[in-house]
Write a protein that binds this ligand. Sequence first.
Ligand SMILES: C[S@@+](CC[C@H](N)C(=O)[O-])C[C@H]1O[C@@H](n2cnc3c(N)ncnc32)[C@H](O)[C@@H]1O
Length: 256
Amino acid sequence: MTGGDEVGRYLRERWRALGEAGALFTRPWEGLDEEAARARVDPHGRLGDLAGRRVLCLAGGGGQQSAAFARLGARVTVVDLDGGQLARDRDAQAVVQADMRDLSTLAGSAFDVVYQPYSINFVPDLRAVVGSVDDVLAPAGVYVVWLANPFARGVGTRDWIGQGYLLRHPYLEGAPYEGRDEEWVAPDLSGVPPPREYTHTLGGVVAALAEVGLHLFALDEHTGPADAAPGTWAHLKSVLPPWFTLWARRPGAAPA
Ligand SMILES: C[S@@+](CC[C@H](N)C(=O)[O-])C[C@H]1O[C@@H](n2cnc3c(N)ncnc32)[C@H](O)[C@@H]1O
């Protein structure tokens, strides 16, 4: 069963521990007005009017994106592996405890938007995730997926070596790497297993999308200010944006 393997066991343990540590990812977004909600999940207004639209927050528990989409009037479903995270999605219409690699419990669904916050690098098999998304995406649906910048995976502020950041993980689709959580993740990470993630190359991701007929139409890079102090998170972002957000849709689907 997907999620019952070693990858799934490790992820359940890590996310249980992150919940206990009160990690940033487990703190719901409170009191969003419409403008703030839009800025969080759709800052360029690519999704258009979301009132009544069916949105799936994939591996998106914790009460953040679900709160934003609900504030924008969407009908929100959340899938997450961790029950503690799902308990925080108080504004969602439905929550489903499942692994992102197997969305068979949602068979027959047709979501207008599948929004996947940073999580796809937690699993080695990209195609399992993208294939599952394909199964539940409406004919004119949009898939929004965050991923680690393929060229900066596993690089953190502790990798500052005086003149730059050390890159050391092989650039191979599906290759595992271990990192260290940044200090902003939680005040005390002593009981939390360190991040164990998998490389997804730019070519690998584009190919996985293309194989299910999804067309990339935008790519956002999470950059930082040019004047930050070396070795800080803001500086790392300015040199090596840690995340990309890819926007893909079915061919023929009209832009919002
Ligand atoms: C970095 S958080 C992103 C979502 C969160 N709403 C946020 O804004 O920080 C990643 C989420 O993915 C979930 N997750 C980890 N592995 C998963 C898997 N294999 N399938 C589904 N969800 C998974 C975690 O429980 C966590 O809630």
